[in-house]
Design a protein around this ligand. Structure first.
Ligand SMILES: Nc1ncnc2c1ncn2[C@@H]1O[C@H](COP(=O)(O)OP(=O)(O)OP(=O)(O)O)[C@@H](O)[C@H]1O
Length: 256
């Protein structure tokens, strides 16, 4: 794994592997009001970037813009060497996959039927994801609405993996889950990213758990990067992470 560096609020990497997803000075928002300003970062195959920040910091807006669901006010997003445009379905077929915070599941359908619907022609068989989540195999006939929150989140991840993503954008994997369930899921995500060389952008409120599995992280505040760097550096500067999270750093900063 290579070490990201921070320059002007941007998490970049000097290593040779081409980024799977790049945001270059992206400003994006809702109804003409910017929610994210001048955001720059890159993620490479197999890397996990954690997007941290308080409510309203602009994390979801960032993910939505990366899949083409929000028009950019300025800047550019590139995935797999091509600019991201508004064709969300096409972007997904190209391997840019979002796991939304509402999980995007069909609650009346069984686990297997949810997975079947997510499967792409020529893509992996449903059984493949049972290797990552054996528990789902035991629950395959159960209605999704009768699964626990953690099981539903496994199903949401499993569905996303069936699309063979090159970059997976995950909005609050841990939403509504017990700490035990989160401690189970996040390391699995790390292993899957490693095994599949899948880039991941992870929006997460459990700062320490996220920094525990990520390669790099950005702390956003009011739509801007308050702090960014390698997860190792940020773990070593935990007080700065907290200050950035609460908007007490007064601008972009690097740990140390
Ligand atoms: N559909 C929308 N219409 C108008 N404003 C929106 C919309 N969605 C988000 N916003 C605004 O954009 C800003 C960023 O919101 P966003 O959802 O990206 O934050 P977030 O960091 O994901 O927050 P949370 O942790 O609460 O999910 C907020 O000020 C929010 O009120």
């Amino acid at each position: 794994m290579t070490t990201p560096t921070v320059a002007d609020g941007a998490v970049t990497d000097s290593a040779a592997a081409a980024p799977v997803l790049s945001l270059d000075r992206v400003t994006v928002g809702h109804y003409g009001v910017p929610a994210v300003r001048e955001l720059t970062f890159e993620v490479r195959p197999g890397e996990i970037l954690a997007l941290l920040g308080p409510n309203g910091a602009g994390k979801t807006t960032t993910l939505l813009s990366a899949v083409g669901a929000l028009p950019l006010m300025s800047g550019q997003i590139t995935a797999l060497g091509e600019p991201i445009d508004h064709r969300v379905e096409r972007n997904a077929r190209r391997g840019v996959t979002l796991v939304p915070d509402n999980r995007g599941l069909f609650h009346r359908l069984s686990v297997t039927d949810n997975l079947r619907l997510a499967r792409r022609k020529g893509g992996p068989q449903v059984d493949v994801v049972f290797e990552y989540f054996p528990k789902l195999k035991t629950l395959r006939g159960r209605r999704c609405g009768n699964l626990s929150g953690g099981e539903q989140q496994m199903l949401a991840l499993a569905k996303a993996l069936l699309t063979r993503p090159s970059v997976l954008l995950i909005d609050e994997l841990s939403l509504g889950l017990s700490p035990v369930a989160v401690q189970d899921l996040l390391p699995r995500l790390r292993s899957i990213a490693d095994e599949q060389s899948m880039a991941v952008v992870l929006v997460e409120q459990h700062i320490d758990l996220a920094l525990g599995i990520a390669d790099s992280a950005i702390v956003m505040h009011h739509g801007r990067v308050a702090l960014g760097g390698s997860a190792d550096d940020l773990r070593a500067s935990r007080d700065k992470v907290e200050a950035a999270y609460f908007g007490r750093l007064g601008g972009t900063d690097t740990p140390g």
